[in-house]
Design a protein around this ligand. Structure first.
Ligand SMILES: [Zn+2]
Length: 242
């Protein structure tokens, strides 16, 4: 299981709340025990994962976007990935929308006007203090774009040019199993938040990033990768004293 985090911009157009929004909120799994009306909630939208290659050389398959949007439904939204705080909002509804030639999931999220800090949150979002939403998700297989194998074990390196056609090697997020949490964050605050990454040393001496089959922590280290008798070996790089 691999954990990954996606971030995307909040979209601040006036949150006109429709009857359909209210219906969707009240029919979430674990719906509000006291059904809400349009007068009870603030609603905004955010653009999350899409089917373009992201900064981590990963990419969703276009066909998987509806499934991802379905998995986001009802997920709580925290502030800055603080798991000790209560969720401040919840995802619901949304659509798959094209933006600059890329398809994205664009879920909505709501929070309650009656909450004592509801207006603070609205001002912080509409005023740009929180500029992005992100979701953490878990998936099983990073499938290599060149050979279709698991890119952690095949000979291709994400972000490096493919020997055959010079195209950049990437991987698909395959078998997404769960959306773990959502968060409101500052743009660019922690680009690696929630990532399990390693830096791999390529034959051309370029460092490229690659997900590890690991936990939530950001792990950046240099690793030497060597092929010998048809098998790949890894070793950490240890700097020698001069
Ligand atoms: Zn491959």
């Amino acid at each position: 299981m691999i954990h990954q985090t996606l971030a995307g911009p909040l979209m601040r157009e006036a949150g006109v709340i429709s009857e359909e929004d209210v219906r969707l909120i009240n029919s979430l799994q674990n719906p509000p025990p006291a059904p809400v009306s349009e007068r009870d909630v603030f609603v905004r939208r955010c653009r999350l994962g899409g089917d373009a290659i992201d900064a981590y050389h990963g990419r969703f398959r276009s066909d998987d976007l509806p499934k991802l949007l379905a998995m986001v439904q009802g997920a709580p939204m925290l502030i800055g990935h603080n798991k000790r705080s209560l969720g401040v909002a919840r995802f619901f509804g949304g659509i798959i929308e094209e933006h600059d030639g890329v398809n994205y999931i664009v879920p909505k999220f709501y929070w309650l006007r009656g909450h004592s800090s509801a207006d603070d949150l609205r001002v912080a979002i509409d005023g740009g203090l929180y500029s992005e939403a992100s979701i953490s998700f878990a998936y099983e297989k990073p499938t290599c774009s060149v050979c279709g194998e698991d890119i952690r074990t095949c000979e291709h390196l994400p972000g490096a040019p493919c020997e055959k056609d010079g195209e950049t090697v990437f991987y698909y997020y395959d078998n997404v199993v769960a959306v773990l949490e959502g968060s409101l964050v500052y743009r660019g605050a922690q680009p690696g938040t929630g990532f399990s990454m390693s830096l791999w040393k390529t034959p051309t001496n370029n460092l490229v990033e690659m997900p590890l089959n690991s936990d939530d922590e950001v792990r950046l280290q240099s690793v030497l990768r060597v092929k010998r008798h048809g098998k790949w070996y890894r070793a950490p790089l240890v700097e020698e004293a001069v």
